[in-house]
Design a protein around this ligand. Structure first.
Ligand SMILES: O=C(O)C1=C[C@@H](OP(=O)(O)O)[C@@H](O)[C@H](O)C1
Ligand SMILES: C=C(OP(=O)(O)O)C(=O)O
Length: 408
């Protein structure tokens, strides 16, 4: 699907109900499989959660999780620690390029039986589930927090729990904290002191009902829209001020681009008025919130604001090399942009070329991050269906805000 986006009006007003966080959903699905008595409300309707749900029900044969990083990492740990499971866990062509040896090495050190069926260090994996009795392991923490969350999530089910030592600078830390918070919510004892995380085994748990908060990474596109439009009021739900999601830092970040946030119970009002000042340069370290880097870079470009984004080293191993993809597509639109392995620098100002076709590289966030530019110029998004990885209803929601979304 290829779409042309245009915005005929001058103001954006509307109300959107955003699907559940895919990060919280995929963690809770794993905990439900391990601990049984768990009812999950507001589960994400994303492809990534769909494949996680289908995958976790399997005990043998091929399990294909397509593009879902969390499902790949979480299910690796799950199958490896379930005696009797014998599966080949695979994914999309891109998933076969996303490294997994840090997690596999840690699981093997604990006694797991995992082999690579194609290239060493990358999916697919042949996993034979075993009972794990060892409980101490060390792993590198600077490549992906998902390896750590995967181990933490299965830890209460291990004979002796887990003591995990994290080596190096911890990346995407809020996602580790989210994992620990959800473990605590289902009754697991956890401790995170200095660089050591300890998880106690859980033998018995009570029935719990947990409600997934809506996805903050998805909220970023509405923050971006509000920042680009000089008169905007967009209400998004269901959110809470004490979020487990690190991307809730959007509330602070977008204040500098003129967007105010106010809670009305579980609804969040994003407001922008023309008189609100915007900074001329955004300097941000996004090591704790990598998924909103694309949104912020495009917001800055659309607003003529410069930016210097650091802490982006994980972007190269996500759905695509997001730094190269941003550079290529923003350059097509007329931006002056430089990237390194972990930084992005965008020069302030400049015109935006109309009717440019944006390539999305199988990356949902490329499609959604560029969409707000339609408030400035008509824009074409190639392979627009990619949004279903995290936000299947995105184009319908955009249309409900007054965007013309025309299928070409
Ligand atoms: O644990 C999670 O739910 C996630 C962790 C982050 O990945 P990294 O830890 O690989 O940066 C994030 O980018 C991803 O979208 C979701
Ligand atoms: C990086 C992402 O997902 P994952 O790593 O889980 O595929 C994302 O949703 O931006």
């Amino acid at each position: 699907m290829r779409v042309r986006l245009n915005f005929p009006g001058k103001e954006v007003h509307g109300e959107i109900s955003v699907t559940g966080s895919k990060s919280e959903s995929n963690r809770l699905l794993l905990l439900k499989a391990l601990l049984q008595d768990l009812e999950i409300k507001n589960l994400s309707n994303s492809d990534d959660t769909r494949v996680m749900k289908a995958g976790i029900e399997k005990t043998s044969g091929m399990v294909d999780i397509h593009h879902a990083g969390t499902a790949m990492r979480f299910l690796t740990a799950y199958f490896a620690t379930q005696p009797g499971c014998d599966v080949v866990l695979t994914g999309s062509a891109r998933m076969k390029e996303r490294p997994i040896s840090i997690l596999v090495d840690a699981l093997r050190a604990l006694g797991a039986a995992i082999t690579y069926t194609e290239k060493d260090g990358y999916p697919p994996l042949h996993i034979k589930g075993t009972s794990i009795v060892k409980h101490e392991v060390t792993l590198d923490a600077d490549v992906s927090s998902q390896y750590i969350s995967a181990l933490l999530l299965v830890a209460p089910n291990l004979e002796n729990g887990l003591e995990l030592t994290l080596d190096g600078k911890i990346t995407s830390l809020p996602y580790i904290k989210m994992t620990l918070a959800l473990l605590e919510q289902v009754g697991v004892k956890t401790d995170f002191t200095s660089n050591v995380i300890t998880i106690a085994p859980l033998k018995k748990n009570e029935t719990k009902v947990l409600t997934v908060e809506s996805d903050w990474s998805s909220a970023s596109y509405f923050y971006s829209i509000a920042s680009v439009c000089e008169q905007a009021s967009i209400v998004i739900s269901s959110y809470k001020p004490d979020s487990l999601q690190g991307d809730s830092v959007l509330q602070e970040i977008y204040r500098d681009l003129g967007v105010g946030s106010a809670f009305m119970e579980d609804r969040l009002m994003l407001k922008r008025v023309a008189e609100t000042e915007q900074v001329s340069m955004m300097k941000l370290d996004l090591a704790n919130a990598p998924d909103i880097a694309q949104t912020i870079a495009v917001s800055c470009f659309a607003n003529g604001v410069g930016c210097e984004l650091t802490g982006l080293h994980t972007l190269k191993i996500k759905e695509t090399d997001r730094l190269e993809a941003l550079k290529t597509e923003l350059t097509k639109l007329g931006a002056s942009i430089e990237v390194t392995n972990d930084t992005l620098y965008l020069k302030a100002g400049g015109d935006i070329r109309p009717e440019i076709a944006i390539d999305t590289y199988n990356d949902h966030r490329m499609a959604m991050a560029f969409a707000p530019l339609a408030l400035k110029v008509p824009i074409i998004i190639n392979d627009a269906g990619v949004v279903s990885k995290s936000y299947p209803g995105f184009w319908d929601d955009l249309a409900s805000l007054g965007f013309e979304v025309q299928e070409l």
